[in-house]
Design a binder for this molecule. Sequence first.
Ligand code: FAD
Length: 366
Amino acid sequence: MAASGVISPAGLARIPLDHLLPRTPVEDDVAVGAYVEARLGREVVDRLVEPLLGGVYAGNAHEISMRAAVPKLFEIARSPHRSLIAGVREELHRAAARTQDAGPVFLGVEGGVGRLPQAVAEACRAAGAQVRTGTEARALRRTASGWQVETSAPHGTEVLDADAVVLSVPAAAASRLLSSEAPGAAAELAPVEYASMALVTMAFRRRDLAVQPRGSGFLVPPVDGRTIKASTFSSVKWGWVGDADPDVLVLRTSVGRHGEEADLLRDDTDLVRLSRHDLGEAIGLTAAPVAARVTRWDRGLPQYPVGHLDRVARIRAHVAGLPGLQVCGALYDGVGIPACIGSARRAADALLEGTPGTGACGGAGQ
Ligand SMILES: Cc1cc2nc3c(=O)[nH]c(=O)nc-3n(C[C@H](O)[C@H](O)[C@H](O)COP(=O)(O)OP(=O)(O)OC[C@H]3O[C@@H](n4cnc5c(N)ncnc54)[C@H](O)[C@@H]3O)c2cc1C
């Protein structure tokens, strides 16, 4: 940490106090920021934890649940170790003994992650499913034999009969759909908050750059007061982007996080201008992009505040009372795509176990 220069000498001096301080009591849950600050000091939270969690949740370390977002750390915090550093060291040794090769740090989809939903839809069609896009599930009703989903699409309203339903929609939509059949679940879903963000993707001619960026990108601590929260050097991080045109550097910045969404009211030109300003200050990039695109993710990331897992357990308990109904998606078992896939498998397995003789289910959502 000292070599990185990220933490000031005063911040570095605070870290070893972790070995001397009494154990920090952790009950059912705690905010990641509160616990790490108690052990290692505020600067570690502001300059390391906050930007890392911001990168994943676009949230605030002093609100995000340690139990939900970093369960390993939660386990360590509740272990007999007094020191967080000692607990983490022991866990790292155990992990190293379990596996020699941890695999690549980053894993992506060649051609872009946008190929994933298309591939899922194609696989479903190949298995005989009908996939309806641009179709909103508006109401959900129980029937004597299963479920009815009322949908609205450009060509009109339709009522679909289904043996079973998986709701893979964000909290507000799930809450509306469950309001009559599972009002308890609907009430739990309604208050779940989401963060909005925008990605600014820019392409530069390499010959216009005074300095070629190294590494895969950087995170920006919110305490630095910049507009951008992170930048990914896509051409460096992802081989397929770099190979597409070696004379072009593609990079992106992200703007906005939970509770800090004012910048998202700016128009696209402004977001590109502010991103270029911050990139100039951070890595000396002053060239003009040859192309730029702003992609907005309105309420794209559910927030996991302290107590989130208890809320999820209550939602699932309400839904469990309704045969042939399951929920899945980013608000339940983790926001990352692997966690979303895991929650989808869990929902499908539960349906197939609970629906004798059924090998298929209707669906609302994606
Ligand atoms: C900018 C950004 C970058 C990310 N980067 C990464 C990353 O690098 N790695 C990673 O693992 N994860 C990443 N994530 C997180 C991950 O992409 C998401 O958490 C995940 O895709 C969520 O999947 P989901 O199916 O739960 O929800 P969503 O993808 O939000 O899907 C919900 C769907 O439901 C539809 N819907 C809503 N209401 C209705 C209705 N009434 N009827 C029918 N359909 C409806 C919506 O149109 C939407 O298509 C990122 C997220 C964002 C926003």
